[in-house]
Write a protein that binds this ligand. Sequence first.
Ligand SMILES: [Zn+2]
Ligand SMILES: [Zn+2]
Length: 342
Amino acid sequence: MRLLFEPHLVHQAFGDPGLYVDFRDERRALLFDLGDVTVLPPRKLMRLSHVFVTHTHMDHFSGFDHLLRVVLGRKPRIVLSGGPHFIDQVEHKLRAYTWNVVHRYEIELVIEAREIGADGRAQRCRFSSRTGFAREDLEPVAFADDVVHDEATFRVRGRFVDHDVPCIAYALEEKARVNVAKDRLSALGVSTGAWLRELKHAVLTGAPDATPIRVEWRDRDGDHAMTRTASELRHLILDIVPGRRIGYATDLRYTEANARTLAELFSGVDLLFIESVFLDEDAEQAARKNHLTARQAGEIARRAGAKALAPFHFSPRYQGREAELKAEIESAWKDASALREA
Ligand SMILES: [Zn+2]
Ligand SMILES: [Zn+2]
């Protein structure tokens, strides 16, 4: 199956957290967290359209300067999203430099900062190189069902978890796609037309099977028309590809509220990137630092029904013991699924 996007961690499990998501056909990418991104070549940073920051501890946001330096004067626009105080923090970063010549750069850079609120609203500001990155307020936007970003082919959901400070866990979801089987279309003796758009819409919005679709087309013999149900046509000529979902959660305490939030947000995800900072033998330390142990991460993955796991954000104290962290998360995820089957 051809996938819309390809996710990979910016660093190995011991480096700064970050997930780079490449869109195969679009020369664009998303980034979750903005820690050390110097390992990403400039051409990859140039592809970023949106960056989603979980929270602004340094290992998640110190890459702002490097990114800005790469895109300034070369890229017209980038959108950064984060949690409470995020717009102020972006502004403070920008205010730390002297901008007396950037207004002359041929390519204007506009940074849009979005501050996601727990109240279902996002405040927005823009900072343009033309004005030396002076802050300009934009209309806030309301969002529903945790959807903090929505496009034709995918959406991003975000939910707050508790890391002593608010931190956002993100889910990236490919929308279901319908592909038209051209060969079956011609076998049926019809050609494309406005009806095909109507059919796709009916299928994607879950219209009843019996919904009539008036198929109208024209060929060299003239105009033709027939009526068929959405269900009939769908089986004849459409291939429906279900969307793939991935989760990204890092920096949170192991609490029942956090576990429940993530189990809901990540329900049935195909691939879950989740922090596994400590071994469970150091659970007290993990609690004190507001992080998960590998076992706790595995339990969350099991509750969410995640189909595959990618643990990361390992504490440097376990250098050389990577296998133990991986084994621990795996067994918490799998042992429990064995229990569930029993
Ligand atoms: Zn943190
Ligand atoms: Zn961190």
